[in-house]
Ligand binder design. Sequence first.
Ligand SMILES: *Cc1c(COP(=O)(O)O)cnc(C)c1O
Length: 395
Amino acid sequence: MNKIIYLDNAATTKTAPEVVDAMLPYFTEHYGNPSSIYSLGSESKKAVTEARETIASFLGCKTNEIYFTAGGSESDNWALKAAAEAYKSKGKHIITSKIEHHAILHTCEYLEAQGYEITYLDVDENGRINLEQLEKSIREDTILISVMFANNEIGTIEPIKEIGEIAKKHNVIFHTDAVQAFGQVPINVDEYHIDMLSASGHKLNGPKGIGFLYIRTGLKLRSFVHGGQQERGRRAGTENVPGIVGLGAAVKRAFAIMDEKTVKEIELRDYFIQKLETEIEYCWLNGDRINRLPNNVHFGFEFVEGESLLIKLDMAGICASSGSACTSGSLDPSHVLLAIGLPHERAHGSLRLTLSEETTKEDVDYTVSVIKETVEYMRNMSPLYEDFIKKNKKK
Ligand SMILES: *Cc1c(COP(=O)(O)O)cnc(C)c1O
């Protein structure tokens, strides 16, 4: 078994060859500091400007509203902490959801310890927030709403436009963690009334350790890193020029192939879902069937432990992810699966498979056959399953 079937594109993606090609000269020939005045420096500066223009054009914003960061986690931290600090004279109440990425949730915990009050919105069984609950949660002292564009585990896309409209109506700042969505679905910050948006290079076939935060003009956010005048003084430090160039190239590429890729992925995703549903008994799809990222397949299997399934898949050359956080050293089941109402034992039996434009029907067929075989094998060893089958037969 030497071919790897990579179905973990929500965790990270392969850097596209043309992205690597675009980056390489900025390590070797064009190594100048963008702040220098000689032409070697201006080459770098020009490349940074071009990347900023590319990103701004796809978000429908101004170039000076894009701030390069070291990735999604940094952008999320900056957005929340700086907005909390800047607007604390108005209030100390923040609204988010129960299914955010830990970059948001752990930042919220930090802010709670600093005296801020956080409302964590519930989600329905498909992982969508309730707009009425959102509107009812807004108070005089609410300064920020942060709801992710699309969930990284179950792939559910949130009603971002409606959230933006509610935020605007109540004059509350709206931040969205769009790390999973940017480059996969079209986003226009004005149309959706987004005031701040986080994105990351390595989730869209760009390099790791580079991302950006969009900050709408007029927001009085403090600098994230103090120092030189880079990023208009708000995020000091010599620019990660190769990373920025790579991010720009990745964004350009993502939008150029988006339409075609989306059609292909949705077709393969739905084929994948249907095949699992028809070939394997006692399994279920997690997340919203319609408002769903084009590349996300997330399943639960009764009487099967997600971690053991992952190990078997790895042995068969398939990279996937479990819904639970066990892999990251915690025994707690995923907060996302608990929030959509799964009991603990069900939340432990989950599998996330995220496709790329390189995934083929053969990959899917092979993966389903390995899952089917493994699930049957594991169930045959499960006393719980044996009891369940006996009971079902009596009926
Ligand atoms: C991956 C991810 C992040 C973190 O991004 P990094 O660039 O890895 O720091 C944040 N939010 C979501 C939804 C993600 O999927």
